[in-house]
Design a protein around this ligand. Structure first.
Ligand code: MSP
Length: 669
């Protein structure tokens, strides 16, 4: 736990998973990244040479399909989402040193070299695959792995596939992986995940893994067999080394930072990181990462957050409303790291009010106010201390040590609990010493005045240390506190090690009154507003509004403080009753129907994603609601001049129609 010596700066390489660019990120995605950022910041503060990597995992059939549905190229499709992802990390003060995209040229070339090398040395061989494929998870499953005939990971239906593919000899590495896990007790954390890997996957036996695909082409081409693209995990997992220049002309960063100290991942991808990834590294003759830490999920309504469930919580809305430090604090404080936890609006508001506004915010504002009132803001050198001050200084030293123990073990909530022990102790200290009572006799009694100065000193010194310890979690708040304490920019009082020292706040320093750090929230009013936001979000999702746009709109609305549209906004949407004249399938798509509609003499062609629920025959003569003034879009090469309305819940979809006889062309208002 000793600080890193200045002469030999130790490296610390930490990664998040690379994210699928599937629309906007929800607060669950921010969880891994914010946690990794807190650790990266902590290590930098401790003097490590940190390499913090995040990025996007952009290939695969799912992306290709989505891009086709939108009528754009896969690259165009991902570019927009990646830009949003980068903007989100910036907004949340995430300090990644690099952002890798699996579409980066250097990554593609390195993956091709890796694949070729594994093929040449016999670790990859050609064969045929027959089995089940889950498109959303991009995972192959054998018959026995399915649960009730469905994907064991997400529970969705799977498709039968048979195709030529290249296999990686995963089975060859089974024993070596078991040996590694058993001889490196910290390799998989928390321990429960280690047992799960050993008992559920490794000991029952590993099968070789299909690592190429021919049924789609949005992937990295296999150089020696171009109809194959490298399939998801070899492409994605390699990012951790290609980002450092592995298999490129300049691999100096790879030599410097590999092996990683920790891959931080969600629990559902621990298996890939502790079985497939080690096997690939073993095949490449490379050392394994020191640790894979599998954290739990943030749950909403009893399930994992997901856009399709319509329970997305947009971090941009929350950051705009409460400030990103409050959101980061909540994410890392609320749920024991490693376990699942439920996200509720009540818990969020409760934490902001109790821990941030009341405990920390009030402590700072009361202390600064008292220093101003009793000493004109300036710390007096004529001060005396009592046992209670010594007890507090000892407590803060203990907290400093404990915070480090917890941060070294990635136990973010426990580190915060430690820091708040200090905050609470200082608040209690104010009640115990009652400075307002001392102040009454301070003018006439020098001993009371000196004691009052001592009390103020203990408070300000404690707050100074808190401002240092919270820095990994809340990057914006420390400067605000230091500004009020009058020590902003004074390195010797604000560097990490300064939190281990008691008594360095200089006499003569002048405090300044500042704004409330975390304004108190009115829970009833705020909950009502959040509920409205989330209802509107669900309604938009049901109406099929593109997610990127939807979230941008909502963030803007949150900034305005309201989520209502005016009658004028509504009037912008023109809708008519239309009758289906003809319907047919869009070639190459199992989701899209092409409809010829009569909207009262005006004939429109509309492409609609209802083919799984309605056959072309069923659609004939149906009366539907058509939005007539939507900008035309091209879907799978077919122009769509409008949109018809449908109601959805989960996978269920039914068309919206009219309740009674009314001719086509009737206005909807
Ligand atoms: N692309 C793969 C990772 C490849 S790494 C070589 C992937 N991407 S993901 O976008 O689906 O997920 C990225 C991370 O976000 C995962 O660690 C996942 O666990 C995390 N989370 C997504 N939803 C989450 C919650 N609701 N709660 C906590 N974390 C969650 O998997």
């Amino acid at each position: 736990m000793a600080d890193v010596s200045k002469n030999e700066k130790k490296t610390y390489y930490i990664t998040t998973p690379i994210y699928y660019p599937s629309g906007n990120m929800h607060i669950g995605h921010s969880y891994t990244t914010v946690a990794a950022d807190a650790e990266a910041r902590y290590r930098r503060l401790k003097g490590y040479d940190v390499m913090f990597l995040t990025g996007t995992d952009e290939h695969g059939q799912k992306i290709q399909r989505k891009a086709e549905e939108k009528g754009v190229t896969p690259k165009e499709y991902v570019d927009e989402i990646v830009a949003n992802t980068k903007a989100l990390w910036k907004l949340m003060n995430v300090t990644n040193d690099q952002f890798i995209r699996t579409t980066d040229d250097f990554h593609i070339k390195a993956v091709q070299k890796i694949f070729k090398r594994l093929y040449d040395q016999g670790d990859i061989y050609k064969s045929e695959y027959e089995g089940w494929y889950c498109t959303p998870c991009e995972s192959f499953w054998t018959e026995t792995q399915l649960v009730d005939g469905k994907c064991p990971d997400c529970g969705r239906p799977v498709e039968r596939t048979r195709e030529e593919c290249y296999y990686f000899r995963l089975s060859k590495y089974q024993q070596r992986i078991i040996d590694h896990i058993e001889s490196h007790p910290d390799f998989i954390q928390p321990v429960s995940r280690k047992n799960e890997m050993l008992n559920n996957f490794l000991r029952p036996g590993l099968e070789d893994l299909c690592v190429s695909r021919t049924s789609f082409d949005w992937g990295i081409p296999v150089t020696f067999d171009e109809k194959h693209v490298v399939y998801v995990w070899v492409d994605a997992l390699s990012n951790y080394i290609t980002a450092l220049g592995y298999a490129s002309e300049d691999d100096s960063r790879f030599k410097k930072y590999w092996p990683a100290q920790v891959h931080l991942v969600g629990k559902e991808i621990v298996r890939f990181h502790t079985i497939i990834w080690p096997a690939l590294l073993m095949a490449l003759d490379l050392p394994l990462p020191e640790q894979v830490y599998g954290h739990g999920w943030l749950l909403i309504d009893g399930g994992k957050m997901s856009k399709s469930k319509g329970n997305v919580v947009d971090p941009r809305i929350l950051c705009a409303k409460y400030g990103c430090d409050a959101i980061r604090y909540f994410l890392l404080r609320e749920v024991p790291f490693g376990s699942d936890g439920v996200f509720t609006n009540e818990a969020l508001i409760g934490r902001i009010n109790a821990d941030l506004a009341n405990d920390l915010g009030n402590l700072v504002s009361r202390s600064v106010s008292m220093q101003l009132k009793y000493f004109g803001g300036v710390q007096s050198a004529e001060k005396t201390f009592a046992d209670i001050d010594n007890e507090i200084s000892r407590l803060f030293r203990e907290i400093y040590d404990n915070v480090q123990v917890q941060m070294d073990a990635l136990q973010f909530p426990s580190a915060l609990v430690e820091i708040w022990r200090g905050v609470s102790r200082l608040n209690k200290f104010i009640d115990e010493t009652a400075p307002w009572v001392l102040a009454k006799s301070a003018d006439t009694d020098p001993a009371a005045k000196a004691r009052l100065a001592g009390v103020m000193y203990t408070l300000l010194e404690g707050i100074r240390i808190v401002s240092v310890l919270i820095e990994p979690f809340m990057p914006e708040t420390p400067a605000k506190i230091r500004e009020q304490l009058g020590i902003l920019g004074k390195d010797e009082l604000t560097v990490w090690e300064s939190a281990s020292k008691w008594g360095v706040y200089p006499d003569g320093t002048e405090v300044k009154k500042g704004e409330a750090l975390f304004p108190r929230i009115d829970p009833a009013k705020e909950l009502e507003e959040l509920e409205k936001l989330s209802a509107a979000q669900k309604a938009d999702a049901a109406a099929g509004k593109p997610e990127e746009k939807k979230n941008a709109d909502e963030a803007a609305k949150a900034e305005d403080g309201a989520n209502l549209i005016t009658i004028d906004d509504f009037a912008k949407v023109h809708m008519k009753v239309a009758r289906v004249l003809e319907a047919g399938r869009v070639e190459g798509s199992d989701k899209l129907l092409i409809l010829k509609l009569d909207a009262g003499g005006e004939i429109r062609q509309v492409v609609s994603g209802i083919a799984k629920q309605y056959s072309p025959e069923e659609m004939k003569d149906k009366k539907v609601i058509l939005i007539t003034n939507l900008k035309p879009a091209v879907l799978r090469g077919v122009t769509s001049e409008g949109m018809i309305l449908a109601a959805t819940k989960g996978k269920k979809l039914v068309l919206v129609t009219v309740d009674g006889d009314i001719p086509e062309g009737a206005d909807i208002s």
